[in-house]
Design a protein around this ligand. Sequence first.
Ligand code: NAP
Length: 250
Amino acid sequence: MPASNDVLIVTGASRGIGAATALQAARAGWRVVINYRADEKAAEAVLGQVRKAGSDGILVQADVAEPADIEALFAAADSFGALGGLVNNAGIVDIRARVDEMSFERLERMMRVNVVGSFLCAREAVRRMSTRHGGKGGGIVNLSSVAALLGGPGQYVDYAASKGAIDTFTTGLAKEVAEEGIRVNAVRPGIIDTEIHASGGEPDRVKQMRAAVPMKREGSAEEVANAIVWLLSDAASYVTGAFIDVTGGR
Ligand code: NAP
């Protein structure tokens, strides 16, 4: 259970796994900073659910691909309370393409949102939570993907590689700050029923992929959020640099 003044930042919390994480974290006692990029109405609905769950939160618009936005996000969190956790959830896919078809602009955007954004958010979180900087410790959970292990051939090797970078980032940062009161872990979801598939031009992807999952079904955003909120909790106090695959066995 987090201390009652502990603030958790969830990036990309207006829908999907981020929204489910914000809500479950609120139920676990966190006060939540709900970051969104575009859909303020959806983010407001998440805040309403957080309050219904008996906690509190704030909405902060910020694009994690923009360094100035990230600094403003953390400044807003500072005025809400002491930071105790970060979930690097904001992430994008792109339309199906082979590597020999990918533009520079696509690759730059993919790495900027999925990789550089996560690094910069973690940098700001460590500056606040590390005992080396006078903080009281905390937890960071990064959203990787099983694609980091599978490679995404013919579909989105760029996305898979960005999540491979998140895996290595998780391992390295976990070791770097382990003595400073910060635990850093990652969750690797498989096929989860969210809007990310439609945003990559494949609204039927969940249906199509079901048969390839050993459990023969997709996962829910809540099932991923369960793992994230557990990793942030004191129940995971000796867990760092770890990966939880939430994939139905895939
Ligand atoms: P989603 O439904 O598409 O939601 C993504 C969220 O991130 C949205 O709230 C989106 O808001 C926000 N976002 C996107 N770009 C952003 C940016 N530049 N700055 C701030 N927020 C941004 O995705 P999801 O399925 O919940 O995925 C969440 C995470 O899990 C991602 O990192 C994804 O790679 C990972 N994951 C998902 C699956 C899956 O099957 N769903 C599997 C493996 C890993 P806007 O629309 O306003 O941009």
